[in-house]
Write a protein that binds this ligand. Structure first.
Ligand code: ADE
Length: 238
């Protein structure tokens, strides 16, 4: 396998879409070894409790440290668990709105790593000591998809895994499609058209039918600049 991905969550079913489409195919072909783990298997009371009230008060619940500690022990191997022979550890990614921004560059960097583990938090977050202890054993990154709040890390993991996995060689058939896309070179993508040339009174821009490849390339570059200026001026200013 080229890359191993582990996801720890209290909602394994949330990750079911990773069986589909190109990621599902890459898994079946053995390019990606993706394993989803249920955090509740590491909660040992009658109700399999994973959360508790926050010390110091405040709204909501906090994820207890013990199930996370045990789940991560199992992953990296304490004594006889898997991974113990090699001493290999994953890069632990904890999605959260308080993390560093996830960008195409983050996806590119993470796509070069042989082993990533994702810890999905719920409620108001995970007990801070879990981050501290994990960071003594493996690289840990708290990463945010953007400045908005999701209910938990699962949907963020779906996004991150898709962005990362499609950069792994062999996952996408047409590798050229990876270079000609938004965020690969700092500009948004140009508009695209297909047949019919006329649809509901709207014509495909004539230049695209001209066969003049130099002129088409110039037009597309101009479109990219205009679109980036209109939608994402921040990309042009820095
Ligand atoms: N979990 C909750 N909100 C999130 C966000 N914005 N990015 C990543 N993970 C999250």
């Amino acid at each position: 396998t080229d890359v191993r991905l582990d996801v720890i969550t209290i909602f394994p079913d949330y990750l079911a879409p990773l069986d589909l489409s190109l990621i599902g195919k890459a898994r079946r072909e053995g390019l990606i070894d993706l394993r989803v783990h249920d955090l509740r298997e590491h909660a040992h009371d009658r109700h399999r409790t994973v959360d508790d009230t926050p010390y110091g008060g405040g709204a909501g619940m906090v994820m207890k440290p013990e199930p996370w500690g045990e789940a991560l022990d199992e992953l990296v191997g304490g004594h006889h668990e898997e991974g113990a022979e090699t001493g290999a550890v994953p890069h632990l990614i904890i999605p959260g709105p308080g993390g560093i921004p996830f960008t195409q560059q983050t996806a590119r960097d993470l796509a070069t790593e042989p082993w990533l583990a994702f810890a999905c938090g719920r409620y108001e977050g995970i007990d801070e000591r879990v981050y501290e202890e994990a960071a003594e054993r493996m690289p840990v990154s708290v990463i945010s998809l953007g400045d908005y709040v999701l209910n938990g890390g699962e949907v963020a993991v779906l996004s991150m895994v898709e962005a990362i996995a499609r950069l792994i060689p062999g996952v996408i058939g047409n590798e050229q499609s990876l270079v000609e896309e938004s965020h690969e070179d700092g500009l948004l993508e140009y508009p695209v058209y297909t047949k019919p040339a006329s649809w509901r009174g709207r014509e495909v821009p004539e230049i695209l039918l001209s066969g003049n490849h130099g002129a088409i390339a110039d037009w597309r570059h101009e479109q990219r600049l205009r679109r980036t200026a209109a939608r994402r001026p921040d990309l042009l200013s820095d």
